[in-house]
Structure formats: structure tokens, C-alpha cells
Design a protein around this ligand. Structure first.
Ligand SMILES: *Cc1c(COP(=O)(O)O)cnc(C)c1O
Length: 429
């Protein structure tokens, strides 16, 4: 495989952009080698600057439910661009977008648009703090909620210790308000709640986690989380930036049958443009400025191009709910193919899948939380990643990420992928 042009561009990029990339996950740091520079994408495929074509299973890290550059989103964007790119004054499309979101996600009574998932989660936590008058919040080890300071906290020695910063630049003060619990471990939640009585504003969780690989919240666990939050006056925030419109038309709350107080969205709702949203109960959302005192703002929030692309994506989903059957069938086909390959090779790597997000962990132990996820052999994953890449399959360049199937993947694409999977495992084992 010739990747000369990508290497040239990467060397050039490193002079001007830290690490040569505008988001660290794009670098191949955890799998070794250098990132590929992409020229164009269409459907299930994208092409790098050296002309190599790949079946893509990242889909821009989640947004591309329909594959790359689908015609209906492209034409919505072309129409919008004729009218202008940004006004800093309200447009009708913002109402249409908000109305559709609230219709599709049962728990959303009101919603505010922002420009990224990070903005959505930090604004939701602020809303919860402003609403409750409390300062602390609970998050779970292995859940990612964007890069705001107080989310970049990992547990210290034990899960129940106060958070310590994971990144330089995050202050001890910030870390002190972040309480860390273990995913799918209700006792860890109960203990934090009883030790911090009436001090916890929010509990934020990926109800279907996609940032420690793919791990689903167990039914009993999430039910108890809901009960504890209701009893203690804690705002339950579902971070559906990844799971929203990915696992079902109504998001993870539909799959789990649990109603959060606030939710956050991103990725798919932008149709490939930078968009986020947070919303939920009216009594909380009405406290947001200008109807209430909790400040939240954005120069480009509700941007006309972003709203056009997002509205096109959501309308398509709303009008074609059968796509989730299609995605389920394709994703199960891929999962089964992988499982059969492993059987042939005498391996039993843990595979977690919820709808069109799945993950094969290089560990044979069941993965139910962060501690079991990190038992994966990440060095082996790196080798597997490169074997797949050499066979024209682009996976996430890190073990603890989801593989996304889109409606654009054909049976032929899936068969090619299953074949590549077999050959790749065979080559590295
Ligand atoms: C991607 C992601 C975010 C952050 O969104 P950005 O748009 O990258 O800021 C937050 N939460 C979850 C669950 C995500 O998957």
C-alpha cells in the first residue's frame, strides 16, 4: 500500500498543528504508524490522498448513520447555502429542528442547540447545578463526556476516592466536584450518594457506553440509578451524544425504557456538521438564559447549515424507521461472521454489540465496565488494526472505540470485512 502522500502531509501538519491532528483520536498513537489523510468519502467508503480506498467503520466517529455524503443531506446543504451561512438571529429551521427532536425523543420537552457534544454535556451539567443549587456530580469510570475540565477525571486508587485530574491543566478544584463511580456497579453509586448527601447536582452516564469499547448499562443497574436520582433530587443526565439515533429512533432511553431528566446529543444530529444539543424537562430547561438565570450561549449555535444537515438526517430517520431493522440485520451479520472466524481460530474474544455499534475486545473475559475493558490486549489490537487497514478496512485506531455499521454498507462490503477479519486474526495469532 502506497501512503507516501499521507506521510508527506503528516510531516507538514506536525509543524503547524499539535501532533498533526485536530483531535487526538485521529492520530495512530495507540496502534502505531501515521494517520492517513482522507481525500473524499462516498457511502460506506472513503479514499485517502494516495488513492487507496477503504470500507469505513468509523463514520466520522459516529455521525454518518447513512455513510458518507448521502444525496439528501448534500442537497439540503446546497439549498441552505444559497440563503446564507449565518445570521446570529433566529431562523425558522431552528424551530423545526427543536420540534422534531422533541417529537422523536420522548423525554425531551425543550432543547437548546450547541456546536459539539462537549458543549452539550458541559451545558447540561451547568443546568443541573443551577437548577439544584448543588455543585458535585457523579460520572462513571470509562465514560467519556467531552473534554470540559471536570469530565477529565479518573478515579484515584479506589473507585470511591475523590477524583484526581487525568490531564495537566485540570485543577484540583475542578476534580474535587467530580465523584467517580463504577459502571454497572450500583453499590458504588449508593456509597457516593450517602457520603455526599444533598450535595450532588447530577449523575451523568452514557446509557450505552461507546467510549470504553461498547458496554451497555444493565437493566437493573440503570433502573436503580433512576430511582436513586429521583429519591435524592439528583438530575439524571443521559449522554446520548453517541447512542442518540444510533441504537434506535428514540435513543438509548427507548432501548433501556428509562426516562432521564436531561439528555445530550451530538454526532448523528448534525448530519456530518458540528452540532450538539441538550434538553429535557421543561422545569429545568426554562432556567436557561434568557428565560432563566443559567447562562449558556453560542455565536454559531443553531447555525443554518448545521440545522439544514441535521434536520435532513433526523427527518430521514423519522420517515424511514425501518432503517434500524436494516442496521440490526447488517450488524448482526457482521458480528456472526466475526464469531465464526474466531471459532475457526480457537479464540473467544469478547464481543459487545447494541444495534449498529459493536466492539471486539482482545480479551476472552466478558466486558461489563472499565476494569474488564482494560484487560484487552491493546498491542494485539494495534496489529489487528494494521492488518485490517492493509486489507482495505478502516477501523478505529484504538481498542476502546466502537465499530459503526451504516445503512450504506452492503452485504458485499460485510463479506469482504469478514474475510479480512479472518485473514488478519490468522496473521497475528
Ligand atoms: C463524542 C462524544 C462526546 C463529545 O462530543 P464532541 O462533539 O467530540 O465534543 C461526548 N459524549 C459522548 C458519549 C461522546 O461519544
Amino acid at each position: 500500500m502506497n501512503i507516501n502522500r499521507s506521510e508527506e502531509l503528516f510531516n507538514e501538519a506536525k509543524k503547524y498543528i499539535p501532533g498533526g491532528v485536530n483531535s487526538p483520536v485521529r492520530a495512530f498513537k495507540s496502534v502505531g504508524g501515521n494517520p492517513l489523510f482522507i481525500e473524499s468519502g462516498r457511502g460506506a467508503y472513503f479514499t485517502d490522498v494516495d488513492g487507496n480506498e477503504y470500507i469505513d467503520y468509523i463514520g466520522s466517529w459516529g455521525p454518518h448513520l447513512f455513510g458518507h455524503n448521502p444525496d439528501f443531506i448534500k442537497s439540503a446543504l446546497l439549498q441552505a447555502i444559497e440563503k446564507g451561512t449565518s445570521f446570529g438571529a433566529p431562523t425558522e429551521m431552528e424551530i423545526k429542528m427543536a420540534k422534531l427532536l422533541t417529537e422523536m425523543i420522548p423525554s425531551l420537552e425543550m432543547v437548546r442547540m450547541v456546536n459539539s457534544g462537549t458543549e452539550a454535556t458541559m451545558s447540561a451539567v451547568r443546568a443541573a447545578r443551577g437548577f439544584t443549587g448543588r455543585e458535585k456530580f457523579i460520572k462513571f469510570e470509562g465514560c467519556y463526556h467531552g473534554h470540559a475540565d471536570y469530565f477529565l477525571i479518573k478515579a484515584g486508587s479506589g473507585a470511591l476516592t475523590l477524583g484526581v485530574p487525568t490531564s495537566p491543566g485540570v485543577t484540583k478544584g475542578n476534580a474535587a466536584d467530580t465523584l467517580m463511580a463504577d459502571y454497572n456497579d450500583i453499590e458504588s453509586v449508593k456509597e457516593l450518594v450517602s457520603k455526599n448527601k444533598s450535595e450532588i447536582a447530577a449523575l451523568i452516564i452514557e446509557p450505552i457506553a461507546g467510549n470504553m469499547g461498547v458496554v451497555k448499562a444493565e437493566d437493573n443497574f440503570i433502573k436503580e440509578v433512576r430511582e436513586i436520582c429521583s429519591n435524592e433530587g439528583i438530575v439524571l443526565i443521559f449522554d446520548e451524544v453517541m447512542s442518540g439515533f444510533r441504537v434506535a429512533k428514540g435513543g438509548a432511553e427507548e432501548v433501556l425504557g428509562i426516562t432521564p431528566d436531561l439528555s445530550t446529543f451530538g454526532k448523528i444530529i448534525g448530519g456530518g456538521l458540528p452540532v450538539g444539543a441538550f434538553g429535557g424537562k421543561k422545569e429545568i430547561m426554562e432556567k436557561i438564559a434568557p428565560s432563566g438565570p443559567i447562562y449558556q450561549a453560542g455565536t454559531l449555535s443553531g447555525n443554518p447549515l448545521a440545522m439544514a444537515a441535521g434536520f435532513a438526517a433526523l427527518s430521514y430517520i423519522n420517515n424511514n424507521p425501518h432503517i434500524y431493522d436494516d442496521l440490526e440485520q447488517k450488524s448482526a451479520y457482521l458480528e456472526n461472521g466475526f464469531a465464526e472466524n474466531m471459532k475457526k481460530l480457537g479464540k473467544n474474544y469478547s464481543m459487545n454489540r447494541i444495534g449498529s455499534m459493536q466492539c471486539m475486545f482482545f480479551t476472552e473475559e466478558p466486558v461489563v465496565d472499565f476494569k474488564t475493558a482494560v484487560k484487552s490486549d491493546t498491542v494485539l489490537y494495534g496489529k489487528y488494526f494494521h492488518e485490517m487497514l492493509n486489507r482495505g478496512v478502516y477501523l478505529a485506531p484504538a481498542q476502546f472505540e466502537a465499530l459503526f455499521v451504516s445503512t450504506a454498507h452492503t452485504t458485499d462490503d460485510l463479506d469482504k470485512t469478514i474475510k479480512a477479519h479472518y485473514e488478519s486474526l490468522k496473521a497475528i495469532l
